[in-house]
Design a protein around this ligand. Structure first.
Ligand code: MG
Length: 341
């Protein structure tokens, strides 16, 4: 076979708890798994389509169909050129591009016989602690989830609804651990955002992620000048080209492989953010151990990690990284480092 073969399937992932954010609620997730084969080696990738960015399983599959044609003559050993071809498949649809680039880098690691973190010259000893995310829920369920998360030294709490005070009170009824807060664009004016952040500063909170809608950059900059907690951009940033304009409004950025459109772009973004003096967080969507293990290979480079998406899934089809008392534990398998269960 002297061409690159790309195949894909949609996987239905059942969630342990329904996933509630300030913008909606879900009981299951449909991700797309991609396989890239050349010279007898197969690389695996995962797309977690996000409705926030106009992505669906169907729109992801449409990109895969095009990729199977367009990328057939590219050789994955030339992964930089191959990666550029992935980015040129069309506008947006970064989850689909992320899956292709992940499969590409998994192939590269397997072909070069190296775990990805070692391929990039990173030390497995330097992985960060990951937070475990507690979604929006009733005080009773929140107390239950916080108790279940007893092995994690830092928790991430989703706010941005009408129940912010009740949620924090429920968490604080059972633990005094440090918290990261994610408002998911839920606070709609700058006075509300500032008032909430100042309240959270007294609740042992480390930082606040995306306090206001992505487009309200000037208001977020106003809040940042007055707030006593660092602000981290999530919905305000997808790819590297957007980072310079954010530097005045945020103290750090949440890089996700799915938003970036791949591991190669995520790696470039990490360096760009560091160059601009921004803190770097590595986040995820609801993803299996495949997507999470791929992101974790970059984690020795970052300040904060939120790589818990696979822990939210009941029927994870893969086994990859481990988490030990919150610390990310990489393995020695070549490429992304996952096997099918
Ligand atoms: Mg977020």
């Amino acid at each position: 076979m002297n061409h690159t073969e790309i195949s894909y399937e949609v996987r239905r992932l059942e969630l342990k708890h329904s996933w509630n954010l300030s913008r909606g609620s879900w009981d299951f997730k449909e991700n797309v798994i991609v396989r890239l084969t050349r010279d007898g080696i197969s690389g695996w990738g995962e797309a977690a389509p996000n409705s926030r960015y106009d992505e669906t399983p169907e729109s992801t599959v449409a990109v895969m169909e095009k990729a199977a044609e367009v990328l057939a003559d590219f050789h994955p050993a030339e992964y930089v050129r191959f990666g550029e071809a992935i980015q040129q498949l069309g506008d947006g649809q970064t989850a689909a591009k992320a899956a292709l680039d992940m499969a590409l880098m998994d192939w590269v690691g397997k072909s070069f016989k190296s775990p990805l973190h070692r391929f990039w010259g990173l030390s497995a000893a330097e992985t960060p602690i990951t937070t475990l995310t507690i979604g929006i829920d009733t005080p009773e369920v929140i107390r239950e989830k916080v108790n279940e998360a007893k092995d994690f030294p830092i928790l991430k709490i989703k706010l941005g609804s009408q129940d912010d005070r009740e949620i924090i009170a429920a968490v604080r009824a059972v633990t005094d651990k440090p918290l990261c807060v994610d408002a998911n664009e839920g606070w709609k004016d700058r006075e509300t955002a500032l008032r909430n952040i100042e309240w959270l500063a007294g609740e042992n909170v480390v930082f606040v992620e995306q306090p206001m809608p992505a487009a309200m950059l000037d208001d977020i900059a106003w809040v940042r000048q007055r707030a006593s907690l660092p602000l981290i951009a999530d919905e305000s940033v997808k790819q590297g080209s957007e980072i310079p304009q954010l530097a005045a409004a945020f103290d750090g950025i949440n890089i996700k492989v799915m938003k970036a459109g791949g591991l190669q772009e995520a790696l470039r973004m990490i360096w760009m953010a560091k160059t601009l003096g921004l803190k770097v967080m590595l986040g995820c969507m609801v993803e299996t151990s495949l997507g999470i293990s791929a992101a974790a290979a970059l984690s020795p480079l970052v300040d904060y990690a939120d790589l818990d998406g696979h822990l939210l899934i009941k029927n994870d089809p893969y086994r990859g990284i481990a988490i030990d008392a919150g610390k990310i534990v990489l393995n020695d398998m070549f490429g992304v480092g996952v096997v099918e269960r």
